[in-house]
Design a protein around this ligand. Structure first.
Ligand code: CA
Ligand code: CA
Ligand code: CA
Length: 320
């Protein structure tokens, strides 16, 4: 399992609308392309453009990918996929013929999306880009927004935040840049990137943020409630595996609910948010709703926990 998860390129899930009931259903299987040309391109971009199909919903929560006919999960076929489209929610699935083993072609794949059904009780604001990094920093901080400097808060009591490179689907925490402590895409601080804290010769990228705002009639607590903190593993083996898959399979715990709408991850004891420990997490499992948090000891570079993962715990926001 972990082998496969390692190749996921999945960003922290952003449900555009979260639902009170958490009800969601899978779309039909979509097979918009076939591999007779250069590739089998079941990518999200083309679906969004309506080329050979369309997205079944605007803000899917999950994706699944398999072979047409034989129904083998894409990641179990041994084929190689384009780096930004390895059955990822953001990219979809793309298999390029000439990236396969010599003499072998892509299989024909199909994908489907998990779409939320229920009436939303919260929704994401527009993207806010109040600053740019041409000065000393790109300051997308909450304080400035609350003071009305170059923008304003979309709502008073947001329940979540999302941060990305302007105009892309690249989550801020996937860019490899360093952010100011307390403002590492946090609800309280927002996002701040300081130019002279980056690698020598490199500048901050331009970032934008958005907030998940409760609808007029609801409050944060009416959207859902947080589970207890779950600490199913520790880092004494190969790493600290606080992943959703293990919980769903009853390994050292269980999921507090079936369709959580949020996740938080922190260190056990000191309660430092996982995003602020500067440890390296498995791609797609950096405290993501879909995969949880996975920290592999061999990926650490001697930072906060030395060459070991710190001990993390996670909790899920369960819909009411
Ligand atoms: Ca196909
Ligand atoms: Ca910016
Ligand atoms: Ca742990």
């Amino acid at each position: 399992m972990y082998m496969y998860v390692g190749v996921f390129v999945l960003f922290i899930l952003s449900l555009e609308n979260i639902s009170a009931s958490g009800a969601a259903s899978w779309s039909s299987w979509i097979d918009r392309d076939n591999p007779s040309g250069n590739e089998d391109s079941e990518d999200r971009e083309n679906l969004e453009k309506g080329l050979g199909g369309g997205m079944p919903c605007q803000n899917p929560a999950e994706i699944e990918c398999r072979t047409v006919g034989t129904h083998i999960p894409a990641l179990e076929t041994g084929q190689v996929f384009r780096k930004d489209a390895v059955c990822s929610l953001e990219g979809g699935l793309v298999c390029v013929n000439n990236e396969q083993r010599p003499g072998s072609q892509c299989l024909d794949y199909e994908i489907r999306f998990l779409c939320s059904m229920a009436t939303p009780t919260a929704s994401w604001s527009s993207w806010i880009d109040r600053d740019d990094p041409s000065g000393t920093a790109d300051k997308e901080d909450r304080e400035s927004l609350e003071k009305g400097l170059g923008g304003g808060m979309p709502c008073q009591n947001p329940v979540d935040i999302d941060c990305r490179k302007v105009g892309t689907h690249i989550h801020a925490l996937r860019t490899g840049q360093v952010f100011k402590k307390g403002a590492v895409c946090s609800l309280e601080g927002g996002l701040v990137c300081v130019n002279n804290e980056q690698r020598p010769g490199s500048h901050c990228l331009d970032y934008e943020i958005r907030f998940l705002c409760p609808m007029a009639t609801s409050t944060a607590s009416s959207v859902g409630s947080w589970s207890s903190w779950i600490d199913r593993d520790d880092a004494s083996g190969s790493g600290d595996w606080e992943d959703r898959w293990s919980l769903e399979n009853g390994m050292g715990g269980g999921m507090p609910c079936k369709n959580p709408i949020g996740i938080e991850c922190r260190t056990v004891g000191s309660h430092t948010p996982a995003s602020e420990t500067h440890q390296v997490f498995m791609p797609g499992a950096e405290c993501s709703l879909a995969r949880g948090l996975m920290c592999q000891n061999s990926d650490q570079r001697g930072g906060a926990g030395g060459f070991w993962c710190l001990d993390y715990e996670v909790r899920y926001l369960c819909p009411k």
